[in-house]
Design a protein around this ligand. Structure first.
Ligand code: FAD
Length: 396
């Protein structure tokens, strides 16, 4: 130490407080019994370093930083640039969920919520983009409706409405703030031109059979309820009376994630690209019951890196959203499992935001007009969100 300091021999070292302010040397380093030093704990005081020791100390601290093995996180450990922070993916799990959007985290939550034995199932969620820059979940307009034409969709949406209404019972965590997804109750209003009127009425019949509360409005009734709508080309409208509206999807996603992790779900950053098939499994994916199925081994690739981690697991859940088809294609499934390809592809969509102080205001429903264009209000300050899906031929 004296060599490193380059100073004259001393009988005591007056290193007080932290040499670099980091708290490494908190306390007073004193000369102890022959050849030893000990650190007597004391209340921390601002550094008071004799001037002639300053330069030597700086060199010493640098030497320690450069050469000693890690004494605390970040010291002496080098992480290649671009690698995500946090732990590496584990080598095995029971279920690997690919995609950390609302579907992925919801699956992970329900797996843990419904498992009989707590902490029994090891569930891992893999997400390649922690910023969710292209995930539909956070780019969506967050609407929930009951007005579908398939009974299954209506049933799922009825369940979802009840789930959201009681979200704190499902996703609340003791001693943490209550979840507020900013739910705005408001009916969807579908307008139909004469050619589409029959289809809309048929859908409403199915919705009512499934227990949804939906009103059919004639053009006159529509005008009376929403005087600002031009009803000339409208033959009929359907208006949701219950369990419809919109909310903040980001808050819902985070609520699922926090709750799932509190139940023991693990997560890691990385992209699943391809799957390894253990020897003997290729071409024989389906086996007779007594023989255990070979593990699936998805590979999690680190961002901007050639590193990847194979994870042995029993089940891979494809929750990759618009990239679900792409993921399946890279899985290299044996035999006929990969054919035909999953018909899911990313499509470009736009959501516009505009300010219209003289707009319909607070009573504005989630309106879907005869062309499929939609809009809803966004807050109460005259802002609106809306968009329209292009036709199949002009889809970018
Ligand atoms: C403009 C727009 C508006 C919408 N409005 C509504 C609405 O009002 N109401 C409604 O109910 N729905 C709406 N939707 C649909 C809704 O947003 C989606 O159905 C839902 O968010 C899908 O969630 P997801 O988790 O499947 O997909 P995503 O949220 O897209 O999540 C998929 C995740 O998987 C990750 N991923 C993909 N491949 C890999 C891989 N190989 N490895 C690791 N991670 C991977 C992606 O990074 C992404 O984060 C809208 C969608 C859009 C685009």
């Amino acid at each position: 130490l004296e060599e490193e300091l380059g100073g004259p021999r001393r009988d005591w070292w007056g290193l007080q407080g932290s040499a670099d302010g980091s708290g490494l040397f908190q306390g007073v380093l004193e000369k102890g019994p022959r050849g030893t030093a000990y650190c007597a704990p004391q209340a921390w005081q601002p550094p008071c370093i004799p001037a002639d020791l300053g330069q030597g100390l700086e060199r010493l601290v640098q030497t320690l930083k450069d050469q000693l093995p890690a004494t605390r996180d970040g010291w002496g450990r080098w992480t290649p640039p671009g690698l995500p922070p946090g732990p590496r993916p584990p080598e095995e799990a029971d279920v690997v969920v690919v995609g950390g959007g609302v579907v992925g985290w919801s699956v992970a939550f329900w797996l843990k919520a419904l498992e009989n034995q707590r902490h029994g199932m090891k569930v891992l969620v893999v997400e390649r983009d922690p910023t969710y820059s292209r995930a539909s979940t956070v780019l969506s307009v967050g609407g929930i409706r009951q007005q579908f034409s398939l009974p299954e969709n209506i049933q799922m949406s009825r369940f979802s409405a009840s789930f959201l209404r009681n979200i704190n019972e499902h996703l609340g965590i003791p001693n943490e703030p209550r979840i507020d997804i900013q739910f705005q109750p408001s009916g969807y209003l579908f307008l139909a031109c004469p050619e589409r009127a029959e289809g809309l009425e048929a859908a409403v019949r199915v919705q009512r059979e499934e227990g949804a509360q939906v009103a059919l409005l004639s053009p006159a009734q529509l005008k009376a309820k929403f005087p600002w709508i031009h009803t000339e080309d409208v033959a009929v409208a359907s208006y949701g009376l219950q369990d419809e509206g919109w909310f903040d999807p980001w808050t819902l996603l985070q609520a699922f994630r926090h709750k799932a992790m509190s139940l023991g779900v693990q997560s890691c950053a990385g992209e699943v690209r391809g799957e390894e098939w253990v020897a003997g499994s290729r071409g024989t994916p389906v086996r007779s019951p007594p023989q255990p199925r070979p593990p699936k081994i998805p590979r999690v690739h680190m961002q901007d890196s050639r590193e990847y981690q194979p994870i042995a697991c029993a089940i891979v859940v494809n929750a990759a959203g618009a990239w679900a088809g792409e993921l399946l294609a890279t899985a290299g499934l044996p035999g006929r499992l990969g054919h035909p390809p999953l018909p899911i592809q990313p499509r470009k969509r736009y959501v516009f935001s505009w300010h219209c102080p003289d707009g319909p205001g607070f009573s504005c429903p989630f309106l879907v007009d005869t062309t499929g264009a939609y809009f809803r209000r966004d807050g109460i300050a005259g802002n609106y969100l809306g968009g329209m899906s292009p036709s199949e031929v002009s889809d970018p």
